[in-house]
Write a protein that binds this ligand. Structure first.
Ligand SMILES: [Zn+2]
Length: 102
């Protein structure tokens, strides 16, 4: 049996916006992974725990939808949207990553 993979189709991407008083400031925006790739976004993080993610499924084949998964298993174990968190049966509470992407 193949191991179950974590597949998250929404992520946060880092964007810049004009700041009041001049200049730019970064902010994170929730987006579908496929849309972020189409927009050439380069900085990603998990929208729920803010942890690092890996980009996967970018084969470009028809019917393939790109997605992300947590880089660090500990994030998946405590992220509200993590596969390992959802499978945990000990009643744990979700929390943000110990090493959030800023
Ligand atoms: Zn997460």
């Amino acid at each position: 049996m193949a191991a179950e993979r974590e597949k998250i189709y929404d992520c946060e991407v880092k964007r810049r916006r004009v700041k009041v008083g001049g200049g730019y400031e970064p902010f994170w925006k929730v987006k579908a992974v496929a849309e972020a790739l189409a927009d050439n976004d380069t900085e990603f993080r998990c929208k729920d725990c803010f942890g690092e993610v890996k980009l996967l499924g970018r084969t470009g084949k028809a019917g393939t939808v790109p997605y992300v998964e947590h880089k660090v298993a500990a994030d998946s174990e405590f992220c509200a949207n993590g596969l390992l968190f959802k499978k945990a049966t000990d009643g744990r509470e979700s929390k943000v990553s110990a090493k959030p992407v800023e």
